[in-house]
Ligand binder design. Structure first.
Ligand SMILES: *[C@@H]1O[C@H](CO)[C@@H](O)[C@H](O)[C@H]1NC(C)=O
Ligand SMILES: *[C@@H]1O[C@H](CO)[C@@H](O)[C@H](O)[C@H]1NC(C)=O
Ligand SMILES: *[C@@H]1O[C@H](CO)[C@@H](O)[C@H](O)[C@H]1NC(C)=O
Length: 325
């Protein structure tokens, strides 16, 4: 009886089954230590948040190498990155779209909102959630995808800063008063063996349904349930909403830094770097509101910085995207 009770308690659905936090911009440069390690510069421009160990090549336990982070949880020295959004003027010039932080999370400089869900917002799915391991990395999406079929890769046309839902798999076709939110949900089923794979995706299996809905069961090939990682990036398009700068044929003017005007090629990269067992302790908490994770102030998070390895013009009106994409 006692044994049965304790199992039932361990599996009881917690009321708050996710952590959500802001990370300020760490760097905007052409580096990609997961897909193009050692390439200085990499093919296209990225916006990066998280720990200051970020560089062209990264190996080993990032949580032991970084000394500060732009994230509000100070034990999270991971790196998170996506491509960068540009506006393409009807005259052919490009200008970088600024980022702004989630209104709920204070005045961080740009950056992203990061989520780690147990199973969905209110349940651990009655399973143990295994944290990522030191050295773990993965990507979701691909710059060469032309289908937009992953329900976890989406856009929201923000009517105001709190607009949620109404997701599309391509860039919004009309001007969005409060900007465009780009959403990246990562797969949450692991093969239990590999910290990476040649395409940075095969060691994971995607059961994501989008919109933070309860993910499906993990298959026998990828049996280990990991946190459901997601990014939200708020792109402030408001200085570009003047239609006289938009293409004369009426098409939408935003492109990713790898020159994708449809938006299907949106992708995200993740390099695990939580200190010690901090993330596992959080995932083991029955309610994640009592997760005992250490936090730092917005000012401290904004202060963490790195010296760019690649320096080139990325702002102002440019004739070509960085890297000539
Ligand atoms: C990043 O790597 C480059 C090339 O190996 C090196 O010159 C530079 O010092 C590194 N930057 C940091 C901040 O470690
Ligand atoms: C395009 O328009 C912008 C904004 O007016 C201007 O600064 C830029 O020089 C123009 N580019 C070209 C190629 O005319
Ligand atoms: C978005 O950009 C506009 C125009 O540059 C600026 O006035 C506004 O403050 C920005 N909004 C946020 C939330 O940063």
């Amino acid at each position: 009886m006692m044994k049965w009770l304790s199992v039932a308690l361990a599996l009881a659905a917690p009321s708050h089954a996710y952590i959500r936090f802001g990370c300020a911009t760490l760097s905007v440069q052409r580096l990609d230590p997961v897909v193009e390690p050692g390439n200085i510069p990499s093919a296209h421009l990225h916006q990066i948040v998280g720990g200051n160990a970020f560089n062209a090549t990264m190996s080993g336990d990032i949580g032991n190498k970084a000394t500060c982070t732009t994230c509000s949880f100070s034990e999270d020295l991971s790196n998170y990155w996506t491509a960068v959004m540009y506006f393409k003027h009807r005259n052919g010039s490009y200008k970088r779209v600024p980022q702004y932080p989630n209104a709920l999370l204070g005045t961080l400089t740009g950056g992203m909102t990061i989520y780690y869900l147990q199973d969905d917002f209110s349940s651990n799915g009655n399973t143990k959630i295994t944290a990522f391991k030191p050295g773990f990395r993965m990507t979701v999406g691909s710059p060469t995808t032309t289908s937009g079929s992953n329900p976890g890769l989406r856009y929201t046309c923000l009517q105001d800063i709190m607009t949620r839902g109404s997701e599309t798999n391509d860039f919004p076709k009309t001007a969005c008063p409060a900007g465009i939110m780009a959403i990246h949900h990562f797969p949450a089923c692991w093969d239990g063996k590999n910290l990476d794979s040649p395409n940075h995706q095969d060691h994971m299996y995607n059961t994501v349904k989008g919109m933070f809905q309860n993910a499906g069961a993990c298959p026998s090939t990828h049996p280990v349930r990991m946190p459901q990682l997601a990014y939200e990036t708020m792109w402030n398009t408001s200085q570009f909403n003047d239609k006289s700068m938009w293409p004369t044929d009426g098409s939408q003017p935003f492109v990713w830094s790898f020159d994708d005007s449809k938006g299907y090629g949106t992708h995200g990269d993740y390099m695990f770097g939580w200190k010690g067992d901090a993330l596992q302790r959080a995932m083991d908490s029955t309610s994640l509101t009592s997760n005992n994770l250490k936090t730092q102030s917005v000012a401290e998070a904004n202060k963490c910085a790195i010296k760019n390895t690649v320096s080139e013009p990325i702002d102002g009106w440019l004739e070509k995207l960085p890297g000539g994409m």
